[in-house]
Design a protein around this ligand. Structure first.
Ligand SMILES: [Zn+2]
Length: 161
């Protein structure tokens, strides 16, 4: 199995590269928000190379009944998200961990709102020991953002075919 076929899209910023598994891409495409639907969201789970800043996103969580969501916002409240992260961590003997969050926007080319940026800053504050990535799934494309130089920057997408 070639990594390039299982992870057909990557996002880069400076020396950091995030590779996204095809099943995660399919889940993002399926989650695209239609008019008048509530936002969809969850956490992203993956691994990191030991010797460089390459990350491999392999799983995500989806909305659970205990979460709150509306057309323009969401809150990850259901304990299922953390339970799934813990289960993946144990199953993978510590390789798979929480790498950030994803959520949908009802716009073609999604940009983070001020609420998103505030939420992402609090995610970073709670996880000071690692890099985190934040995905917004728009109706046209999905985009990854990461903190770089004190603000959130969009990562550059590359296809591998
Ligand atoms: Zn948002």
């Amino acid at each position: 199995m070639s990594a390039k076929t299982s992870f057909p899209i990557s996002f880069s910023l400076a020396n950091t590269h995030v590779y996204v598994h095809q099943e995660v891409i399919a889940a993002f495409q399926q989650a695209r928000q239609k008019k008048f639907e509530n936002e969809r969201f969850g956490v992203i789970i993956g691994s990191k190379n030991k010797d460089d800043e390459c990350y491999w996103i392999e799983h995500l969580t989806k909305p659970h009944p205990g979460d709150q969501s509306s057309f323009t916002s969401f809150t990850l409240e259901d304990p299922a998200h953390q339970a799934i992260v813990n289960q993946k961590f144990i199953e993978s003997e510590g390789h798979l961990a929480y790498l950030g969050t994803w959520h949908t926007h009802p716009e073609q080319f999604p940009e983070p709102s001020s609420v998103d940026r505030r939420d992402w800053r609090s995610c970073l504050a709670r996880n000071g020991d690692r890099q985190l990535f934040f995905c917004i799934v728009g109706t046209g494309e999905f985009r990854f953002f990461k903190m770089h130089g004190g603000r959130f920057n969009r990562m550059r997408m590359t296809h591998h075919f």
